[in-house]
Design a protein around this ligand. Structure first.
Ligand SMILES: *[C@@H]1O[C@H](CO)[C@@H](O)[C@H](O)[C@H]1NC(C)=O
Length: 435
């Protein structure tokens, strides 16, 4: 709540008491217009004026007052980002899907409510949360070099700790190497979503077990990287490999590309795991989940989305209501992205997390279709009880009801807000700022 309040301040301009101390002045919108209304006459100039141009392609401005307010909130997010990044030579603009249809077409904007960033000859679609924090971080990442150079053991250690990210690392002769050049070109195409590293140091390369011109691909949460075959690689080969291997067995939902991740479902469903990393149970559950992911990374149809509810506080009441689960506990389930229908693994004993074997069996049942979101739709009976190959598998049937009760209780606690605004409103000003 505290964070939310801080986030709203800049929009509402409510602050009148300035703190006496300096050094922690939270930016607030100063009221100056920085976001351009892009149209047929000014878009070319805007494109050439800035090193990067960030455009929100939005629905036509509605007649209704309420929806106009919603639109203004979105614009305020952009205004605040523009203000904060004022020194960075980034332009910001709004493109109206109806009024500016011609410009949109020329620029190739097609997904309404998306943000497009034009940088040199590239267009990067931003498919993440429209919050000032997340967008600012995203744009700052885009301003950096697409390849980070690892010079020594210390930097290597930092690299090794980034196990939530898809990352690539290559060993090259020097900055001038044509193979490094190709690597850099490939990096630009995935920046900032996929991290690229390079080293020119033999000692660092040795620790990474890289040979000259070799590139390793690290899937999130896996212990061993995959060496991209047949070095040296052209830009196209790298891009093709990454595109093919991009969907990991286990990935963490990130604010900066959450919608893209959600769209990347497998035949309409996601396996979703909720676990709070900072909670002991959540942490332990994650360790089990990672183990199962590592053991099953060969399965092409297995991709689990891990959501840490701490990263998406504004979504918690919505998820608890929609999925009827208690997010104070770790959960894993299957979600149908068409109707948000879901089924969740029964964790019999409140205290006991599933073992890796139990989790693996459940996942197997999901992949084979035995566990699915449709069976309980008409009749709730004869789900053949799953084969927990351990001792006590007597109680598969009291599952849903338990869950319901729990989550209802929790909802009542903290959920006196908006039942009626379904989606984006919640997200617009989410504060994923606890990093
Ligand atoms: C998801 O839900 C839709 C609509 O209820 C249904 O038509 C579809 O078959 C479901 N998909 C799966 C994989 O269960």
């Amino acid at each position: 709540m505290h964070h939310l309040w801080l986030m709203l301040l800049p929009f509402l301009g409510l602050v009148s008491v300035a703190p006496a101390e300096k050094g922690l002045e939270f930016p607030r919108y100063d009221g100056k217009d920085r976001v351009l209304d892009i149209n047929d006459r000014n878009y070319r100039k805007a494109m050439s004026k800035y090193s990067m141009l960030c455009l929100l392609y939005h629905e036509p401005i509605p007649d209704s007052k309420e929806l106009q307010k919603k639109h203004q909130m979105t614009e305020m997010v952009l205004e605040l980002v523009a203000q904060v990044l004022e020194e960075k030579d980034i332009g910001f603009g709004m493109v109206d899907a109806k009024k500016d249809a011609k410009v949109a077409k020329k620029l190739g904007l097609d997904e309404v409510d998306s943000v497009y960033v034009f940088k040199e000859d590239r267009v990067i679609e931003y498919d993440g949360l429209l919050s000032a924090n997340t967008m600012t971080e995203f744009l700052l990442d885009l301003l950096e070099d697409p390849v980070e150079v690892l010079d020594n053991a210390l930097e290597l250690r930092a690299f090794n700790r980034m196990d939530e990210e898809i990352r690539l690392v290559g060993f090259f002769k020097n900055q001038e190497s044509e193979h490094f050049e190709a690597f850099k070109e490939a990096a630009e195409q995935f920046q900032p979503y996929i991290k690229f590293f390079a080293t020119f140091e033999k000692t660092v390369a040795k620790q990474l077990t890289l040979k000259m011109n070799e590139v390793d691909f690290y899937e999130p949460f896996m212990e061993e990287p995959v060496t991209i075959p047949e070095k040296p690689h052209s830009e196209e080969e790298l891009v093709a490999f990454i595109t093919k291997h991009r969907r990991p067995t286990l990935r963490k939902l990130r604010a900066e590309d959450m919608f893209e991740t959600w769209e990347d479902h497998i035949e309409g469903i996601h396996i979703v795991a909720f676990a709070e990393e900072e909670d002991p149970d959540g942490f332990e559950f994650l360790e089990i989940l990672k183990e199962v992911a590592r053991d099953n990374t060969h399965l092409p149809d297995l991709s689990i989305v891990w959501i840490d509810p701490d990263d998406f506080s504004l979504m918690i009441p919505y998820w608890e209501k929609t999925f009827k689960v208690d997010l104070f506990r770790p959960q894993i389930g299957v979600v149908n992205v068409t109707d948000a229908d879901s089924v969740w693994m029964v964790m019999d004993d409140e205290e006991d997390l599933p073992t890796a074997q139990e989790l693996e069996d459940w996942i197997e049942d999901v992949l084979s279709g035995k566990v699915n979101t449709e069976d309980d739709d008409e009749e709730d009976d004869d789900d053949d009880d799953d084969d927990d190959d351990d001792d006590d598998d007597d109680d598969d049937d009291d599952d849903d009801d338990d869950d319901d009760d729990d989550s209802d209780k929790d909802e009542d606690d903290d959920d006196d807000d908006d039942d009626d605004d379904d989606d984006d409103d919640d997200e617009d000003d989410d504060d994923d700022d606890d990093e």
